[in-house]
Ligand binder design. Structure first.
Ligand code: F6R
Length: 608
């Protein structure tokens, strides 16, 4: 979703801004632009183009040591040149880039129009530029005061950066519901909506909180609240560098991230498994044995793949801790006035840590006194900070829109949480030790799964002509089927629907025919015979079957078989998802899709 970059220092800003935008491309966008200030004037270049094309449009000879830039994901108004950011005021003195949505922009635009303002775009952001310009013209003492006065009139979510051509030694930034991070350089300062744009230049960062503003100059930054109270911020060092955002020898980020999974799982397990007592230590959740025992129910919530991962987590909690557990989409939870119980543990799940619905659900649950922890990948993100305690996924930066390694690490972290909950209850030490050993062997089993990439690619190629597919699973296989369908639909645009095996005969069986392949999840567990029965039902109706299994299926039962190594049965859902990532990846590849940037999707959904 939209990306912001800003720079103030002594180097030419334009190359730094373009490079920053390039790093944010993965978030998804439909237009791009930048503004620099030189000799008291703004120079704005923007269009409904990719960042590479913007580079060609930018005049070489605009050396300015200050500027702002943006990649836009259309909300108010079509993706056109006029609606691209930055937006300027009537005097062309103020330029603004903005992520988020200004909810009362209609009323603000009407008021400005009545005062004679002519709008150059249909955006909510342009109203901000005119209001800030007007506040300065009316005698605001500083750009920061003008921005503060404007934001007091605004309802909605924003991360903004403002440039004043008549005061080019500074930028003013503000955040409410949409991330803004400052990057502290040596005699230069950066700002972005995502550290990905900064890590090439600096690892020292400051995350703004909601309701905070900052004035940044080449050498300093000063933060304050919307009510003009100064705030104190301590810079932190991010454990990331530019190489984390480079493709290396991979064709695209999804492929790279699929292959990073053995390492990212190893990283998330590091120091957290306790072999002696057959349990897991998740220090960040700040719950001792007594507090863990006091939990009577666990609710996982997140969006999209994070929600499906939550379902996998809920199953593990029920299996090992024998506590009632379920998962719910955060987008539902936030609006349905949930009954919040004090002995329920609420687990917010997010890769980006910025998903608006998940953040709002955390806030609503906390407001009602709920006990919320975060399972988040991005350190410093809004959800991680809002939760206050929890576990980082340590998957490393995930650039591809389709989540892979973060999803897997969610599953692994939930397994550790369920193990810890189980071991303070009735899960025996020997079962605990068995699970610890199972978790420990996951990285090498993932290497084995990935070793079958060519075979999985061949199966994907064989079925790449299909316009629709079923993904069928039951109990442990159900979240696997859902995530498998999710991966396929989002990157290949093949219609994929997940169904519980037992539900097939209650309706969907009518859709089975030779043109409707079914991917059936068949773990070698106590439901093996049932799952074989499901395959037979599908075959009897002429439906092709791709079985994903760690069992020895009878020859000829399925049309194609994707074999998965054996792990502890409860951990099958984590392992079984990986060949489905590979399957979706190769099927999309055979169809020539833009895998890292699927149409209509953004990496981080910071608006509703
Ligand atoms: C699917 C995918 C999305 C995200 C969802 C939540 O591959 O990536 O469904 O899982 O948008 O995002 P996060 O985890 O960042 O909150």
């Amino acid at each position: 979703m939209c990306g912001i970059v800003g720079y103030v220092g002594s180097r030419p800003a334009t190359p730094i801004l373009l490079e920053g935008l390039h790093r944010l491309e993965y978030r998804g966008y439909d237009s791009a632009g930048l503004a620099v200030a030189a000799r008291g004037r703004l120079k704005v270049t923007k269009a409904a183009v990719r960042v590479d094309e913007l580079r060609d449009l930018v005049e070489e000879n605009q050396p300015s040591p200050v500027g702002i830039a943006h990649t836009r994901w259309a909300t108010h108004g079509e993706p056109t040149d006029a609606n691209a950011h930055p937006h300027v005021d009537g005097a062309k003195r103020i330029a603004v880039v903005h992520n988020g949505i200004i909810e009362n922009s209609g009323r603000l635009r009407e008021r400005l129009a009545a005062q004679g303002v002519t709008f150059a775009s249909e955006t909510d952001t342009e109203a901000l530029a005119h209001l800030i310009g007007a506040a300065l013209a009316d005698g605001a003492e500083s750009l920061e005061d003008a921005v503060r006065a404007t934001l007091r009139e605004v309802n909605g979510a924003y991360g903004i950066v403002v440039l004043d051509a008549q005061n080019p030694g500074q930028l003013v930034v503000a955040r409410n519901g949409s991330p803004i991070v400052l990057g502290i350089g040596d005699g230069e300062m950066f700002v972005a909506s995502d550290v990905a744009a900064l890590v090439r230049y600096t690892q020292r960062v400051v995350y703004l909180d909601d309701g905070e503003l900052a004035t940044i100059t080449a050498d300093d930054f000063v933060t304050s609240t919307l009510q003009a109270h100064r705030t104190a911020k301590t810079p932190t060092t991010v454990d990331l560098d530019d190489a984390d955002y480079q493709l290396g020898s991979y064709a695209n980020f999804m492929h790279k991230e699929i292959w990073e999974q053995p390492e990212s799982v190893r990283r998330t397990l590091l120091g957290r498994l306790d072999e002696r007592f057959g349990t897991a230590r998740l220090g960040g959740i700040n719950l001792d044995a007594r507090a863990l025992r006091a939990i009577r129910r666990v609710k996982f919530f997140g969006c999209g793949s994070a929600y499906y991962a939550g379902q996998l987590g809920a199953n593990l909690v029920e299996e090992w801790a024998r506590l009632p557990a379920d998962a719910e989409p955060a987008s539902e939870l936030r609006y349905r006035n949930p009954v919040v119980e004090e002995d329920t543990l609420y687990v917010a799940i997010s890769q980006s840590g910025e998903t608006a619905d998940t953040l709002a659900a955390v806030q609503e649950l906390k407001r009602k006194g709920g006990q919320v922890i975060g399972m988040v990948n991005t350190v410093g993100s809004a959800i991680a900070r809002e939760c206050g305690s929890g576990t980082f996924l340590h998957a490393g930066p995930e650039v591809s829109v389709a989540s892979t390694k973060a999803y897997t690490n969610m599953g692994v972290c939930f397994a550790m949480l369920a193990l810890a909950l189980g071991r303070v209850r009735d899960l025996s030490v020997s079962d605990g030790a068995r699970i610890v050993a199972g978790l420990d062997s996951l990285p090498s089993l993932i290497v084995e799964v990935l070793g079958a990439e060519n075979e999985i690619s061949a199966v994907a190629k064989e079925h790449s002509g299909a316009e629709r597919m079923f993904f069928i699973g039951r109990t442990r296989g159900w979240p696997v089927a859902r995530e498998g369908a999710q991966k396929l639909k989002e990157i290949s645009y093949v219609h994929a629907e997940a169904y519980q095996a037992g539900e097939l005969k209650h309706g969907p069986l009518a859709l089975i025919e030779p043109a409707m392949p079914s991917v059936v999840i068949v773990p070698d567990d106590e439901l093996l015979a049932k799952n074989i029965g499901t395959i037979e039902q599908i075959k009897a109706r002429g439906g092709p079957v791709i079985a994903v299994t760690n069992a020895d299926l009878p020859d000829g039962l399925a049309d194609s078989v994707i074999q998965v190594p054996r792990s502890e049965p409860e951990l099958d859902p984590i392992l079984f998802t990986i060949p489905l990532q590979v399957f979706a990846y190769h099927l999309a590849h055979h169809l020539g899709r833009d895998i890292d940037k699927p149409r209509n999707l953004a990496k981080s959904v910071t608006v509703e």
